[in-house]
Design a protein around this ligand. Structure first.
Ligand code: FES
Ligand SMILES: [Fe+2]
Length: 363
């Protein structure tokens, strides 16, 4: 129903807000990363679809100090990441080519190399074995890099890795967001979730215009200018907001560079950059960390209150989306109506990131 009476009938408070309303702040913090018991299987929800390729966040840069080795689990694979004495982060599949030890548990850094905890074989960042401390010769096959390469770069105070199902090289570069490395902007304020759904369903949310009113309780459907440019997508929403100080022009610019890098700039009411660190762990589990930074000049009490309220609202919306995403199926051929927003255009854009699969989800 599109008339005003219909809109009122569906207005705020919305149903998913009711599902969250009884939680205390502490309960909600636990809920955000807790398991969802009794979830249907990946197959039942039709989530056994390929992972899209691109740059994805592994860790925040400060979470990996020089000499650190950490196990990671992303894209349904066991991985290991380390930071060498040269300061560079490197990543490999976690299991040693010798006898299969997981090098993220007990492995250590030796120079720029990773030393396996089992028999101390030493690997470079391409998976070439550079040293076996007890052997006279290194078997020739170990002189070749691993088939699956995991290129790593650092930008925006995050460590990014390139995922491609074939291990093939990056097709575009990670984008730097100037505010993220500007000392006049605050350290990240980080909020974390585990979402038990598919990355594509989550990404589609941004262009799913109609859900804003019914899930988030916004008064109107946002309209935005959308720019599609190869792996990049930008949407710009200009909105006026009425505040106690009068009307303020606000702008939201959301930028997506492939399926794994996105940033949203909010200007007007409270200057904020949101860098979304969203990385799949399994076919039905995604790690989400929202990293907010704001100008330090907003640290005045009133500005800080507005800025804080703003972050709270963004997180509230993520909570509401999570209720849907945790149980949503993936539909390859959705039935779309007018007013839904450019969902099918978004799917055309997103399909370019599937190497193994061309799902042309357009009716
Ligand atoms: S299993 Fe890694 S060195 Fe033997
Ligand atoms: Fe949403």
């Amino acid at each position: 129903m599109a008339d005003d009476a219909g809109a009122k009938a569906y207005g705020s408070p919305v149903a998913v807000a009711a599902a969250l309303a009884d939680m205390t702040k502490d309960e909600r913090a636990i809920w955000r990363t807790a398991d969802v018991p009794g979830r249907p299987s990946v197959a039942e929800r039709n989530l056994d679809i390929p992972f899209p390729y691109g740059w994805f966040p592994a860790l925040l840069s400060h979470e990996l100090a020089v000499g650190d080795v950490r196990p990671l689990r992303y894209f349904g694979r066991d991985l290991v990441i380390w930071r060498g004495d040269d300061g560079a982060a490197r990543m490999l599949d976690a299991h040693c080519r010798h006898l299969g030890a997981h090098m993220g548990h007990g492995g250590r850094v030796s120079g720029s190399h990773l030393e396996c905890p089992f028999h101390a074989w030493r690997y470079d960042g391409e998976g070439v074995v550079q040293d076996i401390p007890y052997a006279q010769t290194i078997p020739p096959r170990l002189r070749k890099p691993c088939d699956h390469q995991w290129p790593v770069v650092e930008a925006n105070r995050l460590i990014w890795f390139w995922y491609h199902p074939d291990g093939s090289p990056p097709e575009w570069e990670v984008e730097a967001f100037p505010e993220a490395s500007d000392t006049d902007w605050t350290d990240y304020e980080i909020h974390e979730w585990r979402v038990f759904g598919s990355l594509q369903n989550m990404a589609e949310n941004a262009v799913d215009v109609a859900h804003f009113r019914f899930v988030h309780g916004t008064a109107t459907f946002p309209t935005s200018e959308m720019i599609w440019d190869g792996p990049r997508r930008t949407s710009i929403i200009d909105a006026g907001l009425d505040t106690p100080q009068g009307r303020v022009e606000a702008r939201i610019e959301a930028r997506m560079i492939g399926p794994g890098q996105s940033a949203t700039r909010f200007t007007g009411v409270a200057e904020t950059l949101l860098v979304a660190a969203v990385t799949p762990i399994e076919k039905d589990e995604v790690r989400v960390r929202f990293c907010f930074t704001q100008p330090r000049t907003q640290a005045t009490p009133v500005a800080a209150m507005v800025a804080h309220g703003f972050i709270h609202e963004v997180c509230r919306q993520l909570d509401q989306d999570k209720v849907i995403w945790d149980r949503q199926r993936y539909l390859p051929k959705p039935i779309i109506c007018d007013g839904d927003g450019p969902i099918l255009r978004f799917r055309q854009y997103y399909n370019q990131f599937y190497a193994e699969w061309a799902d042309v989800s357009v009716n």
